[in-house]
Design a protein around this ligand. Structure first.
Ligand code: GLY
Length: 375
């Protein structure tokens, strides 16, 4: 059967770094055909994790085989802990041992963790080899596989070591999402909802109407939301690839969210999307605390998150016991947007009207944190 109903979004970064994001059903089956034009020789190494390998590796290898592409797979442990210096070293050594040359292409099959780690390995191996992303989670399809942010965590914070390295192609296969747990589908939804809250009230209304359908498996709704999210991200990345300004908007909710993730030591107590969901509510509440909005949207945002199955406040069990305000501030100061000790936040005047606010007074942040449940 031919490939049908696939949509393509172009990330426009000039002649050498522009690439397509393809979104549709059965893309794994067609991966060999779609990736082949990007290969200098019929050879690639697939980097994936144990869980994804069990579900999708055989299909991807078959697709490469049908196209006469030789491939081997490097299978790494699943989970955020793999975004470490140790795992990076292991991966690089394996890629070198497999004889990956500078003109080869690495195929990255996985969620955000594998995408970030293997993308960073690609950025540094032989001073940079090309890679292709096949994101297997909603979060990776709408955010981490697009835009070229790659990296690993440090014990002091998330994604503190990394590089901008754009993929050559992204294949977002909607069918793959059927294999995700409910918790990870909801977590990924937080990143979709983020695009609506940043700058798209129309998409916000669409999500209020259709969000539950998407969560419950409706493929057309999923494809629509993934395409919308990727278009939004591609548009921002094309204007500000290295985050000198506008791109910071994509961090809505992340300053609070990453601090909460650091507090829970990047464990299953709080998955990334849950941190982002609670973080976005805190960002709207902080905006209201600072007088930037009248708080009118907050109840509706929280209600929608609850309907979807996302946590929306600090009572979430995985966060208990909460850190002190002082500890929370310490985590938040690790944010990459902090400059000379000055904090930057993504705030919002209303749904779809977010903005970057620099030089936010630390005392105001502490006062806000204390007004919440951080003591
Ligand atoms: N995840 C935020 C960004 O790619 O800029």
């Amino acid at each position: 059967m031919p490939l049908k109903n696939c949509q393509t979004i172009r990330v426009d970064l000039g002649e050498s770094r522009s690439y397509d994001i393809m979104v549709g059903s059965r893309l794994i089956e067609f991966a060999g055909k779609l990736i082949e034009p990007h290969l200098k020789r019929p050879f690639t190494i697939i980097v994936t994790d144990e869980n994804v390998a069990e579900q999708h590796l055989a299909d991807l290898q078959a697709s490469f085989g049908n196209q006469g592409i030789e491939c081997d797979a490097i299978i790494l442990p699943a989970g955020e802990k793999s975004k470490s210096m140790t795992m990076l070293a292991t991966l690089l050594e394996k890629l070198i041992a497999y004889g990956v040359e500078r003109s080869d292409v690495i195929t990255v099959l996985g969620g955000g963790v594998i995408g970030d780690l293997a993308g960073f390995a690609a950025a540094t191996l032989r001073r940079g080899v090309d890679f292709i992303q096949i994101p297997t989670s909603i979060l990776a399809q709408v955010d981490s596989s697009v835009g070229g942010k790659t990296g690993i965590n440090s014990p002091q914070g998330k994604n503190l070591i990394g590089a901008f390295h754009q993929p050559k192609l992204v294949l977002a296969d909607i069918d793959i999402l059927d294999t995700l747990s409910d918790r990870h589908i909801c977590g990924g939804y937080a990143e979709i909802f983020k695009y609506a809250l940043i700058n798209d009230p129309e998409f916000y209304n669409w999500l209020l109407e259709n969000g539950e359908k998407l969560i419950n498996g409706d493929k057309a709704a999923r494809q629509y939301a993934v395409v919308k999210s990727c278009q939004s991200k591609a548009n921002i990345v094309a204007q500000d690839e290295k985050e000198h300004g506008l791109r910071a908007l994509l961090n809505l909710g992340h300053t609070f969210g990453h601090a909460l993730e650091a507090h829970t030591q990047y464990s299953d107590r709080l998955i990334h999307g849950e941190g982002v969901a609670i973080g976005m509510v805190l960002a709207f509440e902080f905006s209201s605390f600072l007088g930037f909005n009248n708080g009118a949207d907050i109840a509706a945002i929280k209600q929608h998150m609850q309907k979807i199955g996302l946590p929306n406040d600090l009572s979430f069990e995985g966060l208990q016991p909460l850190p002190s305000a002082k500890q929370m501030l310490k985590y938040m100061l690790q944010d990459k947007k902090t400059e000379q000790g000055e904090m930057t936040f993504i705030l919002a005047n209303a749904v779809g009207k977010s903005f970057v606010e620099k030089n936010v007074d630390q005392q105001l942040v502490t006062n806000f944190l204390k007004s919440k449940s951080f003591k």
